[in-house]
Design a protein around this ligand. Structure first.
Ligand code: AMP
Length: 386
């Protein structure tokens, strides 16, 4: 089955075509500056597409060129917020699109863009089966004691304020592959999964299900990230508001100007590691803060899952930065965790063990592949429906 995977942003559309049965990628691309004219580029620069429908025409032309007379069988969409309703991928119809649209207030930057992508496909190819795969779905198994905030009930009943968690497609995929690497059934996997990219989150997985995760009502909570602060005393927001900073300013401050960027002057882990190695004290401190905060979550989730059988690193930093993995592991000695320096330093695209033989808990590196997970989920949903 050929599945077109769509990740639709407000001004961009990322796509990939996968042959799910053969496990291959046939085409991929990114269309940017949708709806932005020529996006402030100089005269003579090409215009971006007018809207998502026009962007889709470009994708269609490219698919004709690459696929010839093979046709796409289904489309799978990454949808950021599935609220409390969606615990698994679903086949899309008009009612589902409206339900996703009703969740817009919970993800004002992302869900409206996802809806644009869903509608553009429905208009262009009315008979094409579409599936929505939600970033929040894997975390619907989190028990109430972990998703409740200790605030008055109306915040939840009126506004839906609770922990939702994100990166679920990645956490689930990586937990499955980690289980396979350890030769245990997915339902028997207990571990801590660390998705460390520009956005970062940790998930406690027990019996193959998410039972807690570090991102909360929004993707701001939890770990120190590229440009996001992660956890902080909520009174800081109140203090800043009283100092006259607007909600938008505070939003920008914590989501775009914090994290590694604030501490080290760069949100690129490669640059931060290099700067620290050449004696930059701010960069070294940034790494210490980030690794320390992450290690605290690992300790907490080791307890939450009743004893982790694996600690799993994934995404840009988790897969590629052996230096950052070593910094985190060095803080986990109390759990009996020890890396094998040689294995940790090896570069590979394969799932692998990087801990020493004597480590009390195996440490794994498992590359994530959200597009593959979305394509496979879409194929399964479409086959079940047919
Ligand atoms: P992602 O959001 O998963 O694409 O991850 C982006 C993050 O991965 C950025 O902070 C990059 O600096 C980091 N990253 C990518 N490659 C490397 C690498 N070879 N070493 C260290 N960090 C890396």
């Amino acid at each position: 089955m050929l599945v077109l995977v769509i990740n639709s942003g407000s001004s961009s559309l990322k796509y990939q075509v996968r042959d799910v049965d053969a496990g291959t990628v046939l085409a991929e691309g990114l269309i940017e500056r949708i709806g932005m004219g020529n996006g402030g580029l100089g005269d003579g620069e090409p215009m971006g597409p007018r809207d998502h429908a026009e962007a889709l025409e470009q994708v269609d032309a490219e698919l004709h060129r690459v696929l010839g007379d093979r046709a796409v069988d289904a489309v799978g969409h990454r949808v950021v917020h599935g609220g409390e309703r969606f615990a698994e991928p679903v086949l899309v119809d008009n009612e589902i699109i409206r339900a996703i649209e009703r969740l817009n207030p919970l993800a004002p930057l992302h869900n409206p863009a996802n809806v644009l992508g869903l509608r553009a496909i429905a208009e262009k190819w009315p008979d094409m089966p579409q599936a929505a795969v939600f970033d929040t779905a894997f975390h619907r198994s989190i028990p109430e004691h972990a998703w409740r905030y200790a605030v008055p009930d109306w915040l939840y009943t009126r506004h839906g304020i609770r922990r939702y968690g994100f990166h679920g497609t990645s956490h689930e995929y990586v937990a499955h592959r980690a289980a396979a690497l350890l030769d245990v059934a997915p339902e028997a996997f207990d571990g801590v999964v660390l998705h460390l990219g520009n956005g970062a989150s940790a998930t406690a997985v027990a019996g193959g299900r998410s039972i807690d995760t570090s991102m909360g009502f929004t993707p701001l909570e939890g770990l120190v990230m590229g440009t996001r602060s992660g956890d902080l005393d909520p009174s800081i927001l109140v203090f800043l508001a009283r100092q006259g900073h607007s909600p938008d300013e505070i939003d920008t401050l914590l989501n775009r100007e914090s994290g590694l960027l604030a501490l080290a002057g760069s949100n690129d882990m490669r640059s931060v590691v290099e700067a620290a190695a050449s004696g930059d004290r701010r960069a070294a401190l940034a790494l210490d803060v980030t690794a320390y905060r992450l290690a605290k979550y690992v300790g907490a989730y080791h307890v939450a899952v009743g004893g982790a059988k694996a600690i799993v690193f994934t995404a840009g930093i988790g897969e590629n930065s052996h230096q950052f993995r070593a910094l985190v592991a060095a803080r986990l000695g109390a759990l009996g965790i020890e890396l094998d320096a040689g294995l940790n330093a090896e570069r590979s695209k394969e799932p692998r063990v990087v801990s020493a033989r004597g480590s009390a808990i195996p440490v794994l590196v498992v590359p994530t592949d959200e597009e593959r997970a979305i394509a496979e989920a879409t194929a399964a949903v479409v086959r079940n429906a047919g």
